[in-house]
Design a protein around this ligand. Structure first.
Ligand code: PLP
Length: 454
């Protein structure tokens, strides 16, 4: 019998997160205050985040211990399985070995609880009783609402308008966990009201929803803070449990990846699986290729500028040096809502620019085609975001077939698509189209980047 699943015990659950700041071979760039454009102070950040997370954001410790309370909750679904996709390999007729790390087995269906749980925990420790956040596809909002319910924290979610109407069951899931969900832009914030007055029929963007959630936190009285599901270093650090487990599981499989693949919105599931392998490349001489996949409609790595930019549309969030399409970017209403962000994690941007990781942009139709082939061979319908990683894993396997190579491919199955079936329905009905972000729109948006001296 051929082995399919590589499973770890609860006792194998990582005891520490891996922090890329310790080993990143590129000069760190300062995080700037959105008004002064000077380096931020902990005072400013502490209006938004608890100190426990701010410390992790700037820490250069290689390993950060995972609190016992967080490990106990991780055990509900971790360690997650690493699966050899043998039926997909057969269907492709490829000599490549394809493995996927199945993060879709978390209770809310994606990798997002890996950071939602510790974020709720560190907020609770500091007496925070309410969190605000944004969500695109609803995976992040669901994860934070679940974590909030574990720690008795109220969660207020600003859900990008186009997803709010595309994904009613995600909203209901958030409400089932006790969360409050608002279509963004909403009339609950000054920023939301201003956008609605100017463009009443806007589809909304992640950048706008972040602005509303930040405003709701900083203008509140009482113990309300903001929580971000991607982009920042502490988020990628929490996600490193994915890669740490995968390293152990590849050991069980007796193989080592030639290429590790993940889709990128703000970069957290890709950083989560890829950074422990990058550490092995940097410190142990391994040569694994690390490949980030983005939509052709939101090509921040492959076509954006590498520049300082605001994290949100209303210019309230910190300014980071990153690959960006400009904070005023309004993406096409593609179904991979979690990939419709204008920017990218600072470390992924820097590592891409310096050649430590690769990136590719793929059009939407091919991702649904790949998602369906994966469903029909491996039985899991991937989230539209995840289908981007599936697409490129398949492309790598087909290339290996052409070259007659036994390439070892690992990809992160960041989430399932059971709440995204309307997207598959549209694809199956021939109603979806490809979007390529026009160069003119990029050039226009990049005119609004902040003018930074550093
Ligand atoms: C299933 C899934 N995969 C990937 C992403 C992209 O986010 P990130 O780049 O932070 O992993 C999202 C974001 O919502 C998601 O829901």
């Amino acid at each position: 019998m051929e082995k399919k699943k590589y499973l770890l015990n609860e006792s194998d659950l990582p005891k520490s997160w891996y922090n890329i700041n310790a080993d990143i071979p590129v000069e760190p760039k300062p995080v700037l205050h959105p008004e002064t454009l000077e380096p931020v102070t902990p005072d400013f950040l502490s209006q938004i985040f608890p100190m426990g997370l701010i410390e992790q954001e700037v820490s250069t410790d290689r390993y950060i211990p995972i609190p016992d309370q967080v490990r106990e909750i991780y055990k509900l679904w971790r360690p997650t399985p690493l699966v050899r996709a043998r039926q997909l390999e057969l269907a492709l007729g490829t000599p490549a070995h394809i493995y996927f790390k199945n993060e879709s087995v978390s209770p809310s269906g994606s990798h997002k609880p890996n950071t939602a749980v510790p974020q709720a925990f560190y907020n609770k420790v500091e007496g925070v009783d309410s969190l605000t956040t944004e969500t695109g596809a609803g995976q992040w909002g669901s994860a934070l609402c679940m974590a909030g319910s574990f720690f008795d924290i109220n969660v207020e979610v600003y859900m990008v308008k186009v997803s709010y109407s595309q994904k009613p069951y995600r909203r209901l899931m958030m409400e089932s966990f006790g969360g409050e969900v608002y279509s963004s832009p909403s009339d609950r914030t000054a920023y939301g009201r201003a956008v609605l007055a100017e463009v009443p029929d806007t589809p909304g963007t992640l950048g706008m929803a972040i602005s509303e959630a930040v405003e709701a936190a900083v203008t509140s009285e009482g113990k309300k803070k903001y929580s971000l599901g991607s982009v920042l270093n502490h988020v990628l650090t929490h996600q490193s449990v994915i890669g740490e487990e995968t390293l152990k599981q590849m050991d069980l499989a007796g193989e080592y990846p030639d290429v590790v693949i993940g889709c990128v919105g703000g970069g957290s599931n890709f950083g989560g699986i890829a950074y422990p392998f990058l550490r092995e490349n940097l410190l142990d001489g391994q040569k694994t290729r690390l490949l980030a996949v983005e939509p052709a409609a939101t090509p921040s790595l492959t076509r954006g500028a590498y520049a300082f930019d605001y994290g949100d549309t209303a210019r309230m969030a910190p300014v980071l040096k990153m690959c960006t399409l400009g904070h005023t970017f309004v993406p096409a209403p593609l179904h991979a809502g979690g990939l419709r962000y204008h920017g990218m994690s600072a470390s992924i941007s820097a590592l891409y620019k310096e050649g430590y990781i690769e990136a590719v942009a793929v059009p939407q139709l091919g991702t649904f085609e790949a998602g369906l082939l994966f469903s029909r061979t491996e039985g899991i319908i991937p989230a539209p975001e995840t289908a981007h990683a599936v697409r490129v894993a398949i492309d790598e396997a087909l290339e290996a077939k052409e070259l007659g190579e036994e390439r070892v491919i690992v990809f992160n199955l960041s989430g399932h698509g059971y709440f995204d079936l309307a997207a598959y329905q549209e694809y199956l009905g021939g109603a979806l189209q490809n979007y390529k972000h026009p160069q003119q729109a990029i050039d226009e948006a990049l005119k609004h980047l902040p003018k930074v001296a550093v």
